[in-house]
Design a protein around this ligand. Structure first.
Ligand code: FES
Ligand code: FES
Length: 167
């Protein structure tokens, strides 16, 4: 039985959603199981692997350890709103061109983390990219290609200051 249910308004991908929940509910669970947005993945569930990364007010954030009560009224962007098959986000395009994935499980989180990085640091150094990789786990070990993808995306987005997401 749940004792602390309240109604929340979540702004996800530009759309407002009213839903019932507890303040301690995981944002990742809400996105996946209440809103059907399954692009964000469950990896560790403890904030360590980055598979669940979304943007909150433009900042890359681990949704598994983000609580519902902390995000009401904030702009949440998931991988579903970043691009589509006909018009990929430059970061998605870079991942595709460099074949920076194998099973693809980590890829949505990697893409969102990269977008978050490039929003605040348009010219990441090798150390900056290494730090990103330290915080995002790829069990298939495609790190060298992911690094190439991040570099390629950064190069292309240099002249596109607002390309860090369409929302
Ligand atoms: S599932 Fe959220 S950081 Fe691993
Ligand atoms: S591509 Fe499989 S976990 Fe990264």
């Amino acid at each position: 039985m749940r004792f602390d249910m309240s109604q929340y308004t979540l702004l996800v991908n530009g759309q407002a959603h009213q839903l019932d929940g507890e303040p301690g509910d995981s944002l990742l669970s809400v996105l996946r199981y209440e809103l059907g947005l399954t692009g964000s993945k469950y990896g560790c569930g403890e904030g360590h692997c980055g598979a669940c990364t979304v943007l909150i007010d433009g900042q890359a954030t681990r949704s598994c350890v983000t609580r519902l009560g902390a995000v009401a009224g904030k702009a949440i962007t998931t991988i579903e709103a970043i691009g589509d098959a006909n018009r990929l986000h430059p970061v998605q395009q870079a991942f595709l061109e460099t074949e920076a994935f194998q099973c693809g499980y980590c890829t949505p989180g990697m893409v969102m983390a990269t977008i978050g990085l490039l929003k605040t640091n348009a010219k990441p150094s090798d150390e900056d990219i290494a730090r990103l990789m330290d915080r995002n786990v790829c069990r298939c070990g495609t790190y060298p290609r992911i690094v190439r993808a991040v570099r390629l995306a950064a190069e292309r987005m240099k002249s596109m200051p607002s390309a860090g997401g369409r929302r």
